[in-house]
Design a binder for this molecule. Structure first.
Ligand SMILES: [Zn+2]
Length: 110
């Protein structure tokens, strides 16, 4: 377990461990595209599971890297003041679109 860099094109995940100091952005060793850093809770789909990877890609591009997302949050002056219940991540692209829309306030912005 630990943080992972993933290549969305090669559909590969590289473990980075759990020490945040060792985490860095890197290019994919195979295709040299900049990889996406994912939260430690992310579990990569099987390489051949294209549908799941499509979901992962869609979520990652919209600021969801499998960090905790709460069912309900209250934000005041850009600070989360209260939150309830972790929500689970979607399994299909259709669910992912609803998810991104519903939780866009919690997306990670670059
Ligand atoms: Zn690659």
């Amino acid at each position: 377990m630990g943080y992972k860099n993933i290549c969305l094109d090669c559909r590969k995940a590289f473990n980075l461990g759990t020490d945040f100091n060792n985490i860095k952005v890197a290019n994919c060793p195979e295709c040299d595209v900049l990889m996406k850093l994912m939260d430690h809770k992310f579990k990569p789909p099987k390489k051949g599971d294209l549908k799941k990877w499509q979901v992962v890609k869609y979520l990652a591009e919209n600021g969801f890297i499998y960090q905790h997302v709460y069912e309900k949050i209250e934000i005041e002056s850009n600070i989360i003041v209260s939150y309830q219940n972790y929500t689970s991540y979607p399994e299909t692209l259709k669910e992912a679109k609803d998810f991104v829309e519903k939780y866009k306030a919690q997306a990670i912005r670059k």
